[in-house]
Design a protein around this ligand. Structure first.
Ligand code: AMP
Length: 410
């Protein structure tokens, strides 16, 4: 008996890493998760966890993995050991996270040569991410050329942003020539979390206005009106907006010329400063919110100030997106910090009672993997925690695309 293919392998290729998950979209079961780290180094590591009944024991393979091609072959080998290899007839498609889809890709897209060329054309606006994503796609295509490979873009959810939110106020000709505009990132997460938040409120996504705060090591806020993004805090690159683990977020652009002229720093040095040595790590030496909270508990002034700067920026974005939306039904926290750090949620909303926002201390302190409300019953605006699941969303969009195109061909 030939099974109907219902499995989707989700690949997220970074510059030196490859994260993956295998999901069955009919049963909703996650079958395997894993990660290859430090690709190209001597100390590469593959960690594979099968999640099928009887499985669950994580396996590690240590030793040099030269490139993404070797990494994906090793992953395929581990999946095959569990009877779920890339040649399995149950595999319906491979869904790829692609960071930058520019203005061109507004939807998940089946990858062909033209799509590959367009993703490549976008490398100047995503020099760190798109080349790695492309390597993953090309490797997967070479291993299974017959299988649909779908690109799901981080930017796609934000392509509904109206022009006043998407444009910078700089010379139009220059901006157009260099494709400078606000693209936004983390879109897969913002899409998933805003839809789940509507579900939590018992409403259709079209009926609700939501502010989503994706607070991980990278962090971004979005304003979502009736299921469509109308503004987001990241811009041309994932550097703009909130204070992040290692990124500054918003700064006066003149800081850059100042550092060039007065600090004698090169563009590359400033790039590293703002992307890797700023944010929480630049302010206090730590980017892990758990460590920062621990230091605050020991009266560490530096950690306290870093936390306060982080919260101040977050609050400004909540206020800004409240104004953009006019009416807000929910403020939703997600990702590593948003899902786990109760003090961040409490501080971000503190003092916003006039906006109808409040957090219930007891509900806020509950730890759970489920979407949940943390606002008191009397609050006009719901405050919620919704764990994000970008892999599930990529798999869902990939699978939906195949079924949509199959039904169009019927
Ligand atoms: P992400 O990028 O979504 O994986 O989030 C990673 C960040 O989440 C880490 O840098 C931590 O700062 C934060 N994080 C994870 N767990 C906790 C926790 N229990 N409490 C506070 N922050 C956490």
């Amino acid at each position: 008996m030939t099974a109907t293919p219902s499995r989707v392998l989700v690949l997220n290729s970074g510059s030196s890493s490859l994260k993956y998950q295998l999901l069955d979209m009919e049963s909703g079961v996650r079958l395997a998760v894993g990660l290859v780290e430090r690709i190209g180094e001597e100390t590469s590591r593959l960690k594979h966890t099968p999640l099928t009944a009887g499985g669950g024991e994580a396996r590690e393979v240590n030793g040099p993995i030269a490139d993404h091609d070797t990494a994906l072959k090793a992953v395929a080998g581990e999946l095959a050991r569990d009877g779920m290899g890339l040649d399995s007839p149950e595999l319906a498609a491979i869904g790829h996270r692609v960071v930058h889809g520019g203005m061109f890709f507004t939807e998940p897209t089946v990858i062909d040569d033209a799509v590959l060329a367009e993703i490549e054309r976008l490398i100047p606006v995503a020099p760190l991410h798109n080349p790695a994503n492309l390597t993953g796609v090309r490797t997967a295509m070479s291993l299974r050329p017959d299988l649909p490979q779908v690109a799901v873009f981080d930017t796609a959810f934000h392509t509904t942003m109206p022009e006043p939110a998407a444009r910078y106020a700089i010379d139009v000709k220059t901006a157009d020539e260099h494709r400078i505009r606000r693209y936004g990132f983390h879109g897969t997460s913002h899409a998933y979390v805003s839809r789940k938040a509507a579900e939590l409120l018992g409403k259709a996504p079209e009926e609700v206005n939501v502010i989503v705060l994706h607070l991980g090591n990278g962090a971004s806020a979005s304003a979502v009106r009736g299921g469509r993004c109308v503004d987001t805090s990241m811009g041309l690159t994932p550097l703009e907006g909130l204070v992040m683990g290692t990124r500054s977020g918003d700064v006066d652009p003149a800081v850059i010329f100042h550092l060039m002229r007065v600090g004698n720093m090169s563009a590359d040095e400033i790039d590293v400063l703002l992307n890797q040595k700023s944010g929480l790590v630049g302010l206090c030496g730590d980017n892990d919110m758990r460590e920062i909270r621990r230091r605050i508990d020991e009266d560490d002034e530096e950690a306290r100030l870093a936390f306060d700067i982080y919260i101040h920026r977050l609050k400004k974005y909540i206020g800004a997106y409240y104004a953009v939306l006019g009416r807000v039904d929910a403020v939703v926290f997600t990702a590593g910090v948003g899902e786990n750090a109760a003090p961040v949620r409490e501080a971000a909303v503190a003092g916003l009672e006039e906006l109808g926002l409040a957090v219930d201390g007891e509900l806020n302190s509950v730890r759970s993997d489920e979407p949940r409300l943390i606002s008191p019953e009397y609050a006009r605006v719901a405050v919620a925690v919704v764990p994000t699941d970008e892999e599930l969303e990529i798999a869902r969009q990939t699978y939906a695309l195949l079924h949509d195109s199959a039904s169009r061909n019927d």
